[in-house]
Design a protein around this ligand. Sequence first.
Ligand SMILES: [Mg+2]
Length: 249
Amino acid sequence: MRAIALVDLDDTLFQTLRKCPPDVPAERLIPLGFAKDGEPLSYATPRQQSLIAWLSETAWLVPVTARSRDALMRAHVPFTAAICAHGGVILGEDGEPDAEWHAHAEAQSAALQPELDALCDRVIAEAVRQGAALRVRVLNEGKLGLYVLAKHEETDEDALHAVIDAVLGEVPPGWTVHRNGNNAALMPPWLGKQHAVAFLLPRLRAAYPDAPVIGIGDSLTDAPYMGLCDFAMMPKGSQLAHATLDRLA
Ligand SMILES: [Mg+2]
């Protein structure tokens, strides 16, 4: 018997060196995420390595990640199917994009391109007005414009959040603003991990009817898709654990 594990990657199965727990010696960390030039970027602790090994032995592992398709391929985690780019892309068991979801994404993305561009320009203008060194762009996946991504060049999260706060009133209705650390994503209504999971999950359930579905993630934006699963897991100390378990303890 296998389970189906819908698993976020970054800050769940591995993280950058800066975010690794200080009590784990560097030589026990294993790099699992790599930059385009092959440099290691993300590392798993021994317990995370064991979790990945356990999941891959006992579950059909389906990453549900904000990573682009390319960045997913640069993460050394085995998978059965995958959801990437915050749900903009679904990869089937053959590693190819799901045609039906891709057609839906293409139509949505084309319709919303003017709003995406306008919002991106607005965030850039506000960053300039506040003198904040942000990198702001429309995140594309192939030809699809998906969402606006903003990061502070020197990881000044307060400065990033001040800019995002100032434009909140101009974010179109139904759009979501996702913030976690030095990342802010402004996403149109159709985009979000939970929408792609809602599309994919019935197929997985049909293929494996009695498999328990476990959602695993660290961020507030993971909660909606984790809520579609039978069980949920979150890393200790994560944004999601702070908002739920720590608050109840
Ligand atoms: Mg994460």
